[in-house]
Write a protein that binds this ligand. Sequence first.
Ligand code: NAD
Length: 327
Amino acid sequence: EKSSSGQTGGGPEAHNSYGLQNQVDMRFDGQTVVVTGAGGGLGKAYATFFGSRGANVVVNDLGGSFKGEGKSSKAADVVVDEIKAAGGKAVANYDSVENGEAIIDTAIKAFGRIDVLINNAGILRDISFKNMKDEDWDLIMKVHVRGAYKCARAAWPHFRKQKYGRVINTASAAGLFGSFGQCNYSAAKLAQVGFTETLAKEGLKYNILCNVIAPIAASRMTQTVMPPDVLENLKPDWVVPLVAVLVHPSNTKETGSIFEVGGGHIAKLRWERAKGALLRADESLTPGAILTKWDGVIDFSQPSYPTGPANFMELLEEAQKLPANPP
Ligand code: NAD
């Protein structure tokens, strides 16, 4: 196996440190890719890309407004026509992602298989927390959380049976960092991270790799909140190549990862754990005792990067060796 680390222009055989092949022309011939919410924005960019790279594409879109009102078959049809006109293979599906079985069924009926699921559909119901109504909260949870679950749940048995599957879920900076007026959306978007982490763990044995992206791109979702000159440099097309790399068969390792992507910037994100403090776990573990060690609790000068919870059994043993905590 050749290594291309530190080199550019490696051939199709070249691998980087993550085992991702540097494929000059990354293709998806014979594979079926389901893209939800593919009638516009990022979803359309994914669908047309995979259609141009040999994949069978299921173009799902409910065709409603960005607030989740109404529906129409037009959004998906336009994209299917575009892919076909360019010589690709695509079928439309107009179901809501809440009806994931029907979407995956479309893939199986039309193409006999599903290899890649891109959970991308989404809507907004922005409103300050003070004014939020149950329906704003519930609708966002239904489309983003239940929608991603239902589509992945329906694809899962196929992925397991064929011992192959690739999933992309769509988070957002709003979920990772919070965003004024978007607490419903933020909660639903961070849910994609936990969902992805667990699917990645459960899928690994079956060669089902799952990653989550926090994209930024010009779409009808962002056109009212960002100035036109900024939007001009945030084409959905600049998000697509990372997704292609992650869902291609040559990715055999990258799973359970979070990526920030947009406008040419691509970076992986991870958790950071502070140095921490260890206290004896007995009655002397009082609020005051914690405050005596607070500096350590919040000390990020010697961080660690956990991929799981602290080892509590080990810590407990250590903690029990400590003298009683100072009052
Ligand atoms: P968009 O509004 O252009 O695309 C979303 C698509 O999903 C629309 O075509 C819509 O009709 C479809 N859709 C909505 N509800 C659906 C449902 N129930 N079933 C099926 N289809 C449905 O917006 P976009 O910016 O392309 O967003 C794509 C994804 O990226 C969303 O999940 C969004 O939350 C996320 N995102 C986008 C940005 C950004 O900067 N554009 C930032 C962070 C996250």
